[in-house]
Design a protein around this ligand. Sequence first.
Ligand SMILES: [Zn+2]
Length: 121
Amino acid sequence: MKSPLGPLKKVYSLTEAGEKILKIKVNKNFSDQIRFIENFLIELSLIYIQSFPEDEERKKQCRWVQNLLRNMLENIIIRLNSKDKIDKWPERNCPGCNATIYRHDATFCPLCGTELIKLPI
Ligand SMILES: [Zn+2]
């Protein structure tokens, strides 16, 4: 007598294998996409910096872009790490440079250094 569990078990293991393949694909795709964005940001930033003809201005813009990217990465890390939903936090903009400030406890703008008003908890 054939066990009725036989074919069912086979289907189950096939699904599991399929899921594994899918996971590998998604994971590979994810790191490829992150690398793509990294390269894109480098290209875009270099085009922006090199659009300034003066050497001094180029250096100044380079520092500004570096701070901008540092701020962006910090924001991403904070938002991924946050236990609470970050969208519950009141987002605000720097009165000096209009950058979005995600850190609830920030007292200075990480981009331009403008002092920020302390938010009530
Ligand atoms: Zn600012």
